[in-house]
Design a protein around this ligand. Structure first.
Ligand SMILES: NC(=O)c1ccc[n+]([C@@H]2O[C@H](COP(=O)([O-])OP(=O)(O)OC[C@H]3O[C@@H](n4cnc5c(N)ncnc54)[C@H](O)[C@@H]3O)[C@@H](O)[C@H]2O)c1
Length: 286
């Protein structure tokens, strides 16, 4: 990993509570690079269907790992689909650290997949939009106000969209719609905040080895009457093997995302804002 000096900076990473999540790795990388970090998630210890996650300590474990590195951490539980919780997350960050330099939203839910749009349950549609799009908007409102405290120059926002945010994704339409929306939010905000010196960008993964597909794997395991770990190990599409035609021959790992987030937040990036960066191992060159 390239070395940055984020000493004295404060980062907020939402969606950081799951053991294999990109948010956890991004938060830990900020800490390794010297930043104080607020980690937020809907759950102090997000539930997981995997046996390997049985002893996982969630947000508190992350904070303790950060303190071992000599930086300060703060764990905040909150559902980003609730505007009040978003204001509380930003408020607790300011109460503890007095300012916010970097905001990375790595919350996301996949929602049901394999369902024709004409058959999609409107309640499930609403949930996918509430978490993946409306929640990002609520957080953004609270966080941008918090970022104004102490001056805005050099501050950074990084959103997670998806390759589904730039192309049609059949049988997962609400996720696709929400992720397109995140890019609209990112693009508008980047222009609004450019005069303040806040750069706003997005990363769009295709297939990363995280907890993101756990729920899908659990449904599949039940359908096939097998252990969920077998699905997670064996399902090339869920785990990002070459069934999806990934020229680089592997899924993305949280460290791949973390490396790029660090760069986007560093002084090395002074001129890119309003951009979406695909991370897909070369699958599509859009
Ligand atoms: N993993 C992939 O293949 C992939 C592909 C494309 C896009 N993405 C996007 O990347 C981002 C990171 O995903 P990941 O792969 O690390 O997923 P993940 O499931 O491992 O982590 C997401 C985290 O968000 C938390 N979360 C869920 N709903 C929440 C809510 N309402 N409020 C607060 N926290 C909530 C979960 O508890 C979890 O800890 C997401 O935005 C996702 O949509 C992931």
């Amino acid at each position: 990993m390239y070395k940055y000096d984020f000493k004295g900076k404060v980062a907020l990473v939402t969606g950081a509570g799951s053991a294999q999540s990109m948010g956890r790795e991004i938060a830990m990388e900020f800490a390794r690079q010297g930043a104080d970090v607020v980690v937020a998630d809907k759950f102090m210890v997000p539930p997981s269907v995997r046996k390997e996650n049985a002893g996982w300590g969630g947000l508190r474990q992350i904070v303790s790992e950060m303190e071992d590195l000599g930086v300060r951490g703060l764990a905040v539980e909150g559902d980003i689909a609730d505007p009040k919780a978003c204001r509380r997350i930003a408020g607790e960050a300011i109460d503890k650290f007095g300012k916010l330099d970097f905001f990375v939203n790595a919350v996301g839910i996949r929602g049901p997949s394999g369902i024709l749009t004409e058959d999609f349950d409107p309640e499930a549609w609403k949930l996918v939009l509430d978490v993946n799009l409306n929640g990002v908007f609520y957080l953004t409102q609270a966080v941008v106000k918090a970022m104004r405290i102490g001056g805005t120059a050099g501050k950074r926002i990084v959103y997670f969209s998806s390759q589904a945010g730039v192309e049609g994704t059949p049988l997962m339409t609400p996720y696709c719609v929400a992720k397109h929306g995140v890019l609209g939010l990112m693009k508008s905000l980047s222009k609004e905040l450019a005069p303040d010196g806040i750069l706003v960008n997005a990363i769009s993964p295709l297939t990363f080895a995280t907890n993101f597909r756990d729920a899908t794997a659990a449904v599949e395991a039940e359908k096939r009457g097998v252990d969920v770990d077998d699905i997670i190990r064996g399902d090339k599409i869920s785990r990002g093997g070459n069934d999806l035609n990934i020229p680089l021959g592997r899924p993305g790992y949280p460290a791949d995302a973390a490396a790029f987030v660090m760069y986007l937040c560093s002084d090395g990036n002074e001129y890119m804002t309003g951009q979406n960066f695909l991370m897909n191992g070369g699958n599509r060159c859009l």
